[in-house]
Design a binder for this molecule. Sequence first.
Ligand code: SF4
Length: 338
Amino acid sequence: MKEGTVTMSDTFIHTLLADWDEERSLSREEAVAILDLPKEEMEDLISCAYALRTKYKGKKVSVQLLTNVRSGNCSQNCAYCAQSCESHAPIEKYRRVSDEKLYGDNDLVDEKNLARHCIGLSGIKFTDAEIEDLAERIRIMKKKNTQICCSIGFLTEKQAKMLKEAGLDRINHNLNSSRSFYPEICSTHTYDQRVNNIKMLQGLGFEICSGGIIGMGESKEDVVDMLMDLKAISPESVPINFLLPIPGTRLADRDISGLTPEYCMKVLCLARLMIPKSDIRCAAGREVYFKGIEPELFKVVDSIFASGYLTAGGQGIDDTMKMIRDAGFTGEIESTDE
Ligand code: SF4
């Protein structure tokens, strides 16, 4: 089905949305049809997503701050990533960010009442000594009662327990794309390793943040398959990134003309429809693909990043908060004593 054409499926989708029942699971075909909806049905789609958003998340927008604790020199070849072993992107590389920067960012999360401090480490495997080093820093940051989420590669169960005991609340481990498309973007580890890692972490009681990247050359079916797998995982948070091709990476010249604001919005609406109770986060690409339409965006998502996205720049915290208020929403001040 082409966008903008009137077909039997369009009529079906209109009916589906009019009688939306969130307990009903969308079939793969129905979900793909939502990504194909014609422009004139966008209003209905956004209204449906908005009803779920307000039901489960009110009008709050969670804002998180991201600190890149370890940057570059990763052994993995993820095609989109400036930190991968294949990337020639001129990024700053370091083994561990200074304590001044890490604790300073954590203080900022506390002072500005942001929802969460997200810390990211490049790399896929860590020694126990490196994890203990990280655990010690988490213990210090948790004295402020900030909520902390760590984006990190594959942990052993022992290492995951070390971080849990240090007070780490949540771990980010994205699926990134569908199982069938995954080998196109990475050949140094598998999709199933990622899924198994998430299951192990959930078994230890971690909250999970897991999402993906849109615009890497995947089909609409791939997007749906990824969302179906995420629904099965049921993460507390689902970050959806829209590809920002980085010069020096394998996806530097990827055609992103399909990432229209309308298509990006459909992906987020579909995420809300399929996983309504999770935080749906518009992560990387927000300032590019949703520029000027934030009030519409916040009808669907309840979570964004302030500040930078690892190797790509982002919007400052105060500007972000103002934008949320101007759109008629509330910058979330999430309880720090959950
Ligand atoms: S996404 Fe993570 S694992 Fe993949 S190359 Fe980048 S830092 Fe390494």
